[in-house]
Design a binder for this molecule. Sequence first.
Ligand SMILES: [Ca+2]
Length: 89
Amino acid sequence: MRNLSMMLVPALAAALLAIAGSVVAAEGSGSVPPRLLERLKAMDTDGDGAISKAEFLANAERRFQQLDTNHDDVVTAEELRAVRANRLP
Ligand SMILES: [Ca+2]
């Protein structure tokens, strides 16, 4: 469960940014790291400049499916380590 909490931190940060203002507004502030901004833009699938609950949940589902490599509907520490090990620096 501890590892799942680590995964949720970036997702919650993205949700809070979406609630605080639109993606466009965040881009103009200069305070959002470019990588996070790109992730927010990718979540905004309808391109309206904001992340709806449906867009947020769809992104979370995609991320979960990517992490759950054996598709047993559970993400284990081993699966998280494998994903991290395969990331490029
Ligand atoms: Ca949107």
